[in-house]
Design a protein around this ligand. Structure first.
Ligand code: PNS
Length: 162
């Protein structure tokens, strides 16, 4: 039986840190479904469609991955996709409380689905989607923190290139 993991998140936008987690996750799982939470009540920078396109382009050479979206409870989606695990990356200690709370709630909701955490590579410890947007907004160079497609799309969005 194939071991499938869901890697959920906002991915607004995808960073090199996310890509690193997918690549390392593929050493543990046969397939990773990268699932973007579609939350109409939360304002995002990139649309779901744009986020999917960037993920697709960034992961096109990364083995058995699929990009999808989900709404509602993550554990329900995991069940629907016949996944055995939820994959999440942890950077600093500050991520821990939020992740721990979420993992415990997911476990309460469905004990069959395991949350697996991978520590981020030291290189990406300060890389987050929000800090990247903040730097890019004022013309900061983020090219070594995101896939090339994201670097281009973010510059377009802020009007630095047309
Ligand atoms: O990249 P993010 O924003 O930290 O990802 C958060 C995400 C999408 C993993 C989380 O908000 C989520 O799973 N939302 C779906 C609703 C749900 O099942 N929440 C967890 C149990 S309360």
């Amino acid at each position: 039986m194939q071991k499938v993991a869901i890697y959920p998140g906002s991915f607004d936008p995808v960073t090199n840190g996310h890509i690193d987690i997918v690549k390392r996750g593929l050493k543990l799982f046969d397939k990773i479904i990268v699932a973007i939470l579609h939350n109409p009540s939360k304002k995002s920078f990139f649309s779901v469609k744009e986020r999917m396109e960037m993920l697709r382009e960034s992961l096109k050479e990364s083995g058995n991955t699929e990009i999808d979206t989900f709404q509602g409870l993550l554990v329900d989606y995991a069940l629907l996709r016949k996944a055995h695990a939820i994959l999440r990356g942890i950077r600093a200690l500050s991520d821990f409380e939020y992740e721990f709370e979420m993992a415990l709630m997911n476990r309460r909701l469905n004990r069959e689905i395991q949350t697996v955490f991978l520590m981020t590579d030291l290189k990406w410890i300060f890389t987050s989607s929000s800090i990247i947007k903040e730097a890019a907004r004022f013309g900061g160079d983020i090219s070594d923190m995101v896939p090339p497609v994201v670097n281009r799309r973010i510059k377009e969005k802020f009007g630095f290139i047309t």
